[in-house]
Design a protein around this ligand. Structure first.
Ligand SMILES: *Cc1c(COP(=O)(O)O)cnc(C)c1O
Length: 451
């Protein structure tokens, strides 16, 4: 591979093919020196202030509790108004250790397969030690936790990627991890559970007998399938009862989206290097961290007048962006303050799906406000997931990368847009994020596609 002055890598083994592609880049790499050294904080650019968290109970016990269980630095970032927040050098090192920056690929083979005039670019968050974008915030939170003198982090996990990411990050900085994992997923993702344990984590199926919340739900139903909201409640309760422990969240909150902006900052720079800017920005959305991380730098441009279309791909099992925009709790047991979000209701029962990371009742306050202001479109795909996984299969066969079940929604949405461009003849630039890989989720592909 040779590096050109523009920072592109052309593969000298295929000069003819590159030529037949008009010399257009197939992959854009950033060197470590070109990696972002600050996160982008969209709070500085929002057209109107973000509605603050709310607690209607006298004395605001929930708001106080957040101050007790969350990391001080993350709470500060939650409300920070500076547009740019420097990434501590130690966290930049951890990002390098985790394999950042990640390349941006042009999906030439998929474009040809679809016969679309659109240009498709995808960000490779599947190049992650644990398989998902979640390491971007896990590494930051684990490092802040260690720096603040904590010995243990507790958390919830739905699809399992967040628990794995935090277990990985905590092990790198020398902390213990306790994970409460939604039982419906815990019980079938055996290998991912083993990976968390390999990183040294203690893993409990949620609801679990470890907490009051869990015990109460188990009394009602010994086989309770659990939900992300319930697991959040358990993780919080655990952290509150141990002063050496701190609670970490993998999505929804402002600081999580902030940490994830390295994805979009890299992508914007990579597109800039090849003289492109996206017409359409697409990613899947559960709580909003990968969508936010990928889209927020471009949303900042859109707020300042750029024409960009943003589409969040969801499941009909949890189409939270089509819910109501109102104050709601982030968890089942109402331990958290209320956040102004698009929500289906924090006690909503949602049908289990393979892309379980998308099964959350509400979308991040930042994303919700931007949707409320008309910046973000959404599409919800059928809960049987056949449509989505068929499109993921086309992506696998053309591009060779295996998306995580959640990322398959992003892929499906990008393919839909590309097919629409075929009908209209538009040569749109479509950028989409592949938030993770599916190597630990082959069971999902086997079941949905009948392999
Ligand atoms: C967790 C997860 C999601 C969904 O969560 P967001 O916070 O909406 O990003 C999507 N993709 C992957 C690979 C995940 O692990």
């Amino acid at each position: 591979m040779t590096r050109t002055s523009k920072g592109l890598y052309a593969d000298p083994r295929f000069p003819a093919r590159l030529g037949s592609m008009g010399g257009e880049a197939l992959a854009v790499h950033l060197s470590p020196e070109e990696a972002p050294n600050r996160w982008y904080n969209i709070l500085a650019d929002l057209p109107e202030p973000l509605p603050p968290p709310r607690d209607e109970e006298p004395g605001q016990p929930r708001l106080k509790m957040l101050g007790e269980v969350l990391l001080g630095e993350c709470l500060r970032q939650e409300n920070a108004t500076d547009r740019w927040i420097p990434i501590p050098p130690e966290i930049q090192d951890l990002y390098l250790q985790a394999g950042r920056p990640h390349p941006l690929f042009r999906a030439r083979r998929l474009e040809r397969h679809l016969g679309t005039p659109a240009k498709l670019y995808y960000k490779s968050e599947f190049y992650s030690p644990t398989g998902s974008h979640k390491v971007n915030t896990a590494l930051a939170q684990a490092w802040y936790a260690a720096a603040a003198g904590y010995e243990r982090v507790t958390t919830e996990t739905g699809a399992g990627q967040w628990g794995t990411a935090l277990a990985y990050a905590a092990s790198l900085v020398g902390l213990k991890t306790t994970v409460y994992w939604v039982r419906a997923v815990h019980d079938w993702k055996v290998e991912r559970r083993n990976l968390m344990r390999l990183f040294g984590a203690e893993v409990h199926a949620s609801p679990s007998p470890q907490t009051n919340v869990g015990r109460a739900l188990l009394r009602e139903n010994g086989n309770h399938p659990g939900s992300l909201g319930i697991a959040v409640s358990e993780g919080l309760e655990d952290a509150r009862s141990d002063e050496k422990a701190v609670y970490c969240l993998g999505s929804v909150l402002n600081h999580v989206l902030l940490h994830q902006t390295v994805i979009g900052l890299e992508t914007r720079r990579q597109l800039e290097m090849i003289g492109e800017y996206p017409d359409v920005v697409i990613s899947c959305l559960g709580g909003g961290s990968n969508f936010g991380g990928f889209a927020l730098p471009f949303l900042g441009d859109a707020i300042h007048g750029k024409e960009v279309r943003f589409i969040a791909a969801q499941s009909e099992a949890a189409p939270n962006l089509q819910g109501e925009y109102r104050y709601d709790h982030a968890d089942h047991a109402e331990l958290t303050p209320q956040l102004k979000m698009y929500t289906l209701g924090h006690r909503k029962e949602m049908h289990p799906i393979r892309g379980d990371g998308l099964r959350y009742h509400a979308a991040a306050p930042i994303i919700s406000l931007l949707r409320h202001l008309g910046y973000i479109d959404t599409i919800a795909y059928p809960a049987d997931e056949k449509y989505v996984f068929e499109r993921a299969r086309a992506f696998v066969q053309a591009e060779g990368f295996l998306p995580a079940p959640e990322s398959a929604y992003s892929v499906a949405c990008a393919i839909d847009e590309a097919v629409r461009c075929k009908e209209t003849g538009e040569r749109k630039v479509i950028a989409f994020n592949v938030s993770g890989h599916g190597f630990m989720d082959m069971e999902a592909y086997r079941e949905i596609l009948g392999l």
